[in-house]
Design a protein. Structure first.
Length: 179
């Protein structure tokens, strides 16, 4: 009987420890989550949903975007301010760049924390993407996405032009909130 009780107590202790880790976003499953609902800007009909889930090694971003011109490529970034109130989304500020690094592709050693890969729409104007962002966290800390904005741009990001990648106007914007 004592052994069974000890086994249950140990199992409960391990479960409580793992539950505590999940709340901090340090595990690969059950990590903190945040979502941005994209709203049309600059006279477009672009919208969608972007989710961020904390995982070991960074944040998994999953995007589903609709209303894009068919078969086109678009810059896609986390911006510094969680403000999409301007009709052209300029209220979202510049790319989120807490490390003061040059603009670039996520696979490059130097890039803004908010730099993400381009989105490419299909023949119906829909784009889906998912990738791991190693420089972000789901939270409100220095590298946190909560309270920031996600912006879809009119043109593709060239990953070279400083500081924006020459991605053109902002056609959709959403504020990231805990979910």
């Amino acid at each position: 009987m004592k052994r069974a009780f000890f086994g249950l107590a140990a199992t409960a202790a391990v479960a409580m420890t793992l539950a505590g880790c999940a709340g901090t976003g340090t595990t690969t499953s059950g990590g903190a989550k945040a979502t941005a609902m994209l709203a049309p800007k600059s006279g477009t009909s672009t919208g969608g949903t972007v989710t961020f889930t904390q995982q070991s090694g960074g944040v998994m971003m999953v995007a589903s975007v609709t209303g894009l011109p068919p078969n086109t490529t678009h810059g896609f970034h986390v911006h510094e301010k969680g403000d999409c109130s301007a009709p052209d989304a300029m209220s979202a500020g510049g790319h989120f760049n807490p490390g003061g690094k040059p603009h670039g592709q996520v696979s490059m050693p130097d890039h803004h924390a908010g730099d993400m890969n381009n989105l490419t729409s299909d023949a119906n104007g829909n784009a889906r993407a998912s990738f791991l962002l190693p420089d972000l966290s789901v939270g409100t800390g220095p590298n946190g996405v909560i309270g920031r904005a996600v912006v879809v741009h009119k043109d593709p990001d060239d990953y070279k032009t400083q500081p924006t990648g020459n991605s053109g106007g902002r056609i959709a914007c959403g504020v990231v909130a805990a979910s």
